[in-house]
Design a protein around this ligand. Structure first.
Ligand code: LRH
Ligand code: MN
Length: 431
């Protein structure tokens, strides 16, 4: 395995922290045992957790106003993979990377697949992009892509999605995420029903191109870049389209794509109930699609989402395996540090949801004993499972404190030397 951080340094880092961790772990174990829960069983479960990394998340993000590049920005998909490997080496929770085309279009897919394998990584869902015009593109997406009035633009967008499937197959991926920003900025600008009819027509062509063992994930978003009507604006529209398309079509929930105060955990419960919950883009937000670090603003919501996932898993068993991915924009932090801490925050919500005594909860719910029911969730959420997360990392060969270990290794400073910033170089993709 081609480790990017010296494994001796990681071992030295852990050796310094292991004693304190063992003490914290024993204390937590004692408390959980009094609740009838086995910390060893929960730590083993934590070690199974994995969330995919967005290739576009390892470069510094920005907004329409500005992007302030950091040091040692990855300049190509190969360097993005190196950074993803660092995140996985220290957290042991991010073995998969989700690529975005054409931002990450490899000249040699098999060489990229080999590089990923050497780094202990594999490729998760691939993402198409018909929300930007590429240089030399024949038909603009200014007025839509899969929903465009002009058949030429629609066919171009369909062809791009089919190219993404072919590329994904060469990379070992098993699914395509389709997010389109198509919509309108003015009432009257487009026929709302006509736009969705054209979307479905285009998606049916993409669906036909899916290999038997592939899935397509429809990602809804309330607004931006369209600011009056977005064609796939909510879970209901996404669900209707996924149902219309067929069993290989599922819905993807990006936590930042809803109106403020939307009950996202209920959307998760609904999509799971009807067998259309395909996966997630985890992040956090205060206002719009802020793409902030997962668990940084509303960790209780993240916990409640995983509580619904635990309920669904209890009902449907091992077959229930939605795709987990981070989708964030790191404008003011080191992207590697943000992705490591975010992966742990999502893993934290997963572990806390496993602490919910579901039998006790169901009994309170059935007897309408409201407060104990609410407290059964709150007790799990209030449990500090940091020692379990750290022990899971250490036992899987990762770092007890990934950010501290990463800083000790000086990876960013070395990257800054190895990757001299090119003036005007584009970022990771979005801006
Ligand atoms: C749209 C989105 C989508 C990606 C893009 C980078 O806001 O969440 O998932 O294609 O961000
Ligand atoms: Mn997303």
């Amino acid at each position: 395995m081609d480790y990017k951080i010296d494994t001796g340094l990681v071992a030295e880092h852990n050796a310094k922290l292991q004693g304190d961790l063992d003490a914290d772990y024993a204390a937590l174990g004692g408390m959980l045992a009094r609740r009838g829960q086995d910390i060893e069983q929960i730590t083993t479960l934590a070690q199974t957790f994995a969330v995919a990394l967005p290739s576009w998340g390892v470069g510094t993000g920005g907004t329409r106003f500005a992007r302030f590049p950091g040091l040692g920005e990855p300049r190509n998909v190969q360097e993005k993979l190196d950074d993803c490997a660092v995140i996985n080496q220290l957290t042991r929770a991010t073995p998969a990377v989700s690529l975005h085309f054409p931002w990450d279009k490899p000249s040699d897919p098999s060489a990229l697949r080999a590089q990923a394998a050497a780094l202990g990584l594999h490729f998760d869902l691939v993402n198409s992009n018909t929300f930007q015009d590429q240089a030399g593109q024949a038909h603009t997406y200014k007025f839509g892509s899969l929903t465009a009035n002009g058949a030429a633009a629609r066919e171009q967008a369909v062809a791009h999605n089919i190219d993404c499937i072919e590329l994904g197959r060469a990379l070992g991926s098993k699914g395509l995420t389709v997010w389109v920003g198509d919509g309108a900025n003015f009432p009257g600008q487009s026929n709302l029903r006509g736009a969705l009819e054209r979307y479905l027509d285009s998606m049916k062509s993409i669906y036909k191109a899916l290999p038997d063992d592939w899935q397509v994930f429809i990602e809804h978003k309330l607004f931006e870049p369209a600011f009056y009507a977005t064609t796939i604006a909510d879970w209901g529209t996404s669900f209707a389209c996924a149902t219309e398309l067929g069993p290989k079509a599922k819905c993807l929930v990006d936590l930042g794509h809803h109106a403020p105060n939307t009950n996202i955990e209920m959307i998760v419960a609904r999509l799971a109930q009807f067998g259309k919950l395909g996966g997630f883009h985890f992040n956090d937000s205060k206002y719009g699609d802020d793409d902030l670090d997962s668990g940084s603003i509303n960790p209780f919501q993240l916990f409640l989402v995983f509580n619904e996932l635990a309920d669904a898993a209890q009902r449907e068993g091992a077959a229930f395996k939605p795709s987990y991915m981070l989708d964030q924009s790191h404008n003011v932090t080191d992207p590697i540090e943000s992705l490591m801490s975010s992966a742990s925050e999502v893993q934290r919500a997963f572990v806390q949801s496993a602490l919910v005594n579901r039998l006790e909860l169901a009994a309170h719910q059935e007897s309408n004993d409201v407060l104990p029911a609410a407290q059964a969730l709150k007790r799990a959420f209030r449990t500090d499972v940091s020692a379990i997360l750290a022990m899971a990392r250490a036992r899987s060969g990762g770092a007890i404190d990934p950010v501290a270990c990463y800083r000790t290794a000086g990876y960013r400073a070395k990257a800054a030397v190895a990757r001299p910033a090119k003036a005007g170089a584009s970022g990771s993709g979005i801006v």
